[in-house]
Design a protein around this ligand. Structure first.
Ligand SMILES: [Ca+2]
Ligand SMILES: [Ca+2]
Length: 309
């Protein structure tokens, strides 16, 4: 069965990567739009705004709190045929039901980050990795690098960008990108009229933090929330971080969220993650922080949510 979403995405990615000048111009433009003080918390170089926070653990490190159990992942009893369609269709499993879509102007966005329990449903559907399209042909497994994880209500982490995109497609949505469809360029990603995630986080461009105009260290699950303990919180439960709309959680903090804004099609080309994490300090926690990371990278503090088509 054809997967038009791949075709649309590849077309758009190609056109985006072909315009390198506009991409780099957009990068500096977006950077200049960052709030004063954006950058690494140690006040480092001019590239700080696009560097990962130095407060975070090293890339690729995995959580030690959830030792993997290689014997229990996967389910051969349901793996006779690979799924090449959406959840809710034959052989593709049931659709996750724990994450509402919050309507916002012309689109809708997941209420919260995708949970481990929902991601397990995706893995159980055995989506065919060969259906991913050119940018993700290298991605031969959707399983997080640490899996399974005991707490199903925590946000899924240790997934790469291709895993996130495949989940969103399977669930009938897409990785958050352009309001009018497809990906956004880096420049568009910080303009509320273009970008779904940014439109939601900024409440249509009216604020730099989802909860308001000023950083609030006690609102969301960030390092300052409890400096003595950096720990993920279950998705959609931190009422002080329910913003900017009722039912919309953790656009700042908990886990960074991968989005459909990339600079090329290769595994080492970068894609934007948004909103900071449980480890982040103020400069990384606003809607405007720009943090590109290689498409193939996984982190134990990076996850995603999906948006409407
Ligand atoms: Ca993968
Ligand atoms: Ca988040």
């Amino acid at each position: 069965m054809p997967n038009p979403w791949f075709q649309v995405n590849e077309d758009a990615s190609t056109s985006g990567s072909a315009s390198d000048t506009s991409t780099s111009a957009g990068a500096s433009e977006a950077s200049s739009a960052d709030p004063p003080g954006s950058g690494s918390e140690d006040g480092g170089s001019s590239s700080a705004a696009i560097a990962s926070s130095s407060s975070e653990p090293a890339p690729g490190t995995t959580s030690t709190s959830d030792p993997g159990d290689p014997g229990s992942s996967g389910d051969a009893s349901t793996g006779d045929a690979l799924c090449d369609d959406l959840c809710g269709t034959p052989n593709c499993g049931d659709c996750p039901s724990d994450n509402a879509m919050i309507a916002f102007d012309q689109f809708s966005i997941h209420a919260h980050e995708v949970s481990n329990a929902s991601y397990q449903q995706f893995l159980d559907a055995h989506v065919d990795p060969a259906s991913q399209g050119l940018a993700c042909l290298w991605n031969d497994s959707f399983e997080p690098t640490t899996w399974p994880v005991a707490d199903g209500q925590l946000p899924v982490v240790n997934v790469d960008w291709c895993d996130a995109r495949a989940y969103c497609h399977w669930s009938g949505h897409r990785l958050c990108g352009a309001i009018l469809g497809g990906p956004t360029t880096v420049a568009q990603a910080f303009k509320p009229e273009f970008d779904q995630w940014h439109h939601a986080c900024t409440k249509a461009g009216t604020r730099p933090f989802p909860y308001g105009t000023q950083y609030d260290p006690s609102a969301c699950n960030v390092h300052d929330f409890d400096p003595n303990k950096d720990a993920l919180v279950p998705v959609g439960t931190l009422s002080s971080c329910e913003a900017p709309l009722p039912g919309l959680f953790d656009l700042s903090g908990n886990v960074w969220e991968l989005t459909d804004t990339c600079t090329g099609d290769g595994p080492d080309d970068t894609c934007l993650r948004r909103g900071g994490s449980l480890y982040s300090l103020e400069p990384d926690l606003g809607c405007y922080i720009k943090s590109p990371k290689p498409r193939k990278d996984v982190y134990h503090y990076v996850g995603f949510r999906c948006c409407s088509l």
